[in-house]
Ligand binder design. Sequence first.
Ligand code: ADP
Ligand code: ZN
Length: 707
Amino acid sequence: MLDQAQRILKDVFGYDAFRGNQGAIIERVGSGGDALVLMPTGGGKSLCYQVPALLREGLAVVVSPLIALMDDQVATLDELGVSAVALNSTLSADEQREIAERIRRNEIKMLYLAPERLVQPRMLAFLQRLEIALFAIDEAHCVSQWGHDFRPEYMQLGQLAELFPGVPRIALTATADKRTREEIVQRLHLENAERFLSSFDRPNIFYRIVPKEQPRKQLLGFLAERRGDAGIVYCMSRKKVDDLAAFLSEQGFPALPYHAGLPNELRAYHQKRFLNEEGLIMVATIAFGMGIDKPNVRFVAHLDLPKSLEAYYQETGRAGRDGLPADAWMAYGLQDVIFLKQMLNNSEGDERHKRVEQHKLDAMLALCEETRCRRQTLLAYFDEELPNPCGHCDNCVDGVQTWNATEPARQALSAIYRSGQRYGVGHLVDILLGRDNDKVRGLGHQHLSVFGMGKALAEAEWRSLFRQLVARGLADVDLDGFGGLRLSDSCRPLLRGEVSLELRRDLTSKAPKPAASAASQLVRSEERETWEALRTLRRKLAEEHGVPPYVIFPDATLLEMLRSQPASLSDMATISGVGARKLERYGQAFLEVLQGSVEVAKSPADIRHELITLARAGMTPAQIARQLDCSEKNVYAMLAEAIGLQQLSLEQALDLPEDLLGEIQEAFLDGEGELPPVSAVAEQFAGRVPEQVLYCVRAALQVEFEL
Ligand code: ADP
Ligand code: ZN
């Protein structure tokens, strides 16, 4: 059977070898056994049921919780020449009937549906009359009440065991912990399932955590080496998301906001753009994530601290699903710690729950202040031992200096204690440095014995020290909500001089710049041009087929084309990711690009995308027209369209004198109700501004007043 599986892997999917446990899992399910598969994101779970589905007779039924994911999978299979459909509530009754007919005629190999739909009595009865190849239950952790994605509909999937004896079932998840695992087995009746546990390491992700100084500036520095890459930036609050997205766009990094406060359609539209376009940055709250299968997310950046390592692992895990180099980057500071501790203190819930949350936060903080390999710490938390330091995180690559902070820590704790355990770090540092300011004087703190005792350290060093004291639980954050510090019980041994304290020395921005991480070196500069041509062709094909670019070919496949320069279709066939169907459909077109025989014309979407980027970067319409090699008139028309879609503001698009702008706006707003057409005001401005400008202003007014 493994031979046959291997053939399917090559012919249909275009891959040469199974990864990790894939082969064993496929053998198990292909021969009718049940399986429980735990594999990290990007590990290749889909093939674990798609290959057995093709090996076995009958219809394969795949349960998946999200419509977006289903559509993505169906589009991908479609491109591979495998007949798959998703049944979901967006289909009309007629369309559903037609699908049922095609299933009866054996024209469909894979059926994707949501759990609540599968367990409807009519659906179950329908399926019982058919030959079923297997059931695949994706995101199986949704059955666990303990986990974070509990979906009650999943509970009912247990009945499949009884209703379909003899049909193999495979449950898959990227959630690792033991408790969730046991719940899946019990609730889905998978007692006889063979368990396949993979390592949860994501070797292609480079982890870096930096002390937060000027977060926006630091982020720009990080992004500068990743121009043109798609990525996600996580922030805590909606306002911060909105502000940062606007800021990044202004700085020439096209970015979109995503949070629960945006209207549904706009959110969906941003998500779609993120999937379909390249090089977009999504600035998001944690509302963004589940259901993002985009394989070529090159980085995930955190500007605020996640609440737990589970969250951190999951969020950073959205980078680099395609196995190519990717970055997880975080800026973290004392304010994060204070904020999260306060949230925890003020949260509802019983003491036990709070203790669990506190424990999770402590683990997160420990990772931030870790002086050894980050990956070892991260994996150890998930009960996995990495025998050696990874060599692929900031601590491994840059090395960490530690210093004996016993004495300064005692001074800091003493400053907290003697000033009455209610002041924030700013004031405490003033005391230690002996700053004779109004606040110090007003409180009489210049008389404290610790006043001016800490001049041996710089302000930044004191701040770093306080942060680490709080992170290690040696000092607590006050409950009043003003960020005051107080002593915790665990600092007594340190105060009494019974233990010593080693702390991390922060790399300040003055320190030599750490080596650029691997992701920025994906494509060398001399390869850029061909790489862009390949991407442009891919984007064009994707548009024609109505699918995201990565469904045509993943980046890894494009990269291999670039490196191995196939000269014929048979060379092309050996490239990983080029199966029979895709070779036939696209092989020739990509060969021609590689041979440089065709200039790939830019698609309208490319041009629009570039236009927006250039306008945001501050170019005038005339400059943009030159850059894009099209007429100015065309540029204006596209600008007006982009304004109407809220992709650009009027200020980004045009640089009009304020009084002239006011005059035009007034002309439009003169009447009651509807905006007059451009033709009605054109005469008034004839000879003063190009008519196209009026279209832009009108589009902006339309957005502003929702006319
Ligand atoms: P998961 O669902 O576990 O996150 P996917 O099934 O989406 O992962 O696979 C991640 C990527 O790896 C996809 O682009 C997929 O085509 C690719 N992939 C999976 N298995 C293999 C393999 N054996 N060889 C090469 N690429 C693979
Ligand atoms: Zn490491």
